[in-house]
Design a protein around this ligand. Structure first.
Ligand SMILES: O=C(O)CCC(=O)C(=O)O
Length: 268
């Protein structure tokens, strides 16, 4: 038993408030402060640092994505800079612990319904944004390369350190998840075109999502978001998983259907 003199950590409630639910429905995103408990975040950070140090595959390199600011190839300076540690879930039990915490699952149930599934095909990573060689991620909706019965997945972005505009935090466009946006407003790679005046008007409404360690951003898979490179001196680390309702399966024959999925237990 815990000695009486040691304070128990605050237990995060398992639910969004009505106000938070309203914000998610209206804006397509909502932030919950301090949802990731310090012990678990520390463990996930340790696993991340170890994964980078030992270069544990699979990883995605900045040079592989060819985004603005990324090294041109693996052979040039910074060409080996890791952008994402992939298959995060398989790297340590801490990630399972994180995604099955009642405080997280309860909220996902409010957004998606009683039965929650975590596809391992998408995100399932630790984003690692290094200062010297990070790149800019253009405006996009995550659903662009995903294939499900309905475009209704929710991504959970956990900050392991501070996230600010200066180190490339996410920026999101409120309400974009509900907007019918014609395909012609996106380029061939399905990035939202910044050269169109009508798109610029929308981009001007974007908000930075600044986070402290342990803060969590929930966002809809149709919410337009982007991020710039890391101009600070320290690497930024974020744990990212996406979730769907059990009755929203991946479409057969697509990349979304090609990986196993986790059935998240219901502890309520
Ligand atoms: O560069 C970033 O941090 C944004 C990453 C992102 O939006 C994505 O991979 O979908």
């Amino acid at each position: 038993m815990r000695p009486a003199s040691v304070e128990s950590p605050p237990i995060a409630t398992a639910a969004f408030s009505a106000e938070e639910l309203g914000a998610f429905a209206r804006d397509g995103f909502v932030v919950v402060r301090g949802l990731g408990e310090a012990r678990l975040c520390r463990r996930m950070l340790d696993v991340t640092l170890e994964g980078l140090h030992r270069r544990i595959e699979p990883v995605e390199l900045e040079a592989d994505v060819h985004y603005p600011g990324a090294p041109d190839s693996r052979e040039v300076a910074g060409g080996e800079t890791v952008r994402r540690l992939k298959q995060a879930h398989s790297r340590d039990y801490a990630f399972t612990e994180w995604m099955t915490r009642p405080a997280l699952v309860g909220r996902l149930q409010q957004l998606l319904g009683p039965e929650i599934v975590c596809p391992l095909a998408h995100h399932n990573c630790v984003m690692t944004k290094h200062p010297a060689y990070s790149s800019e991620t253009g405006w996009h909706q995550d659903i662009r390369y995903w294939s499900y019965a309905r475009p209704e997945l929710v991504t959970v972005w956990l900050a392991l350190g501070v996230e600010r505009e200066r180190n490339g935090c996410l920026r999101v466009i409120p309400g974009s998840h509900q907007m019918p946006i014609d395909r012609s407003r996106f380029d061939e790679a399905v990035f939202f075109r910044e050269d169109l005046a009508e798109n610029q008007a929308l981009i001007e409404t974007a908000r930075p999502v600044e986070l402290e360690p342990g803060d969590v951003l929930f966002f809809h898979c149709r919410t337009l978001h982007a991020a710039s490179r890391n101009l600070s001196e320290e690497t930024k680390y974020s744990v990212v998983f996406t979730f769907r309702a059990a009755d929203n399966p991946p479409l057969g024959g697509t990349r979304s259907a090609a990986s196993p999925e986790l059935l998240i237990p219901d502890y309520s």
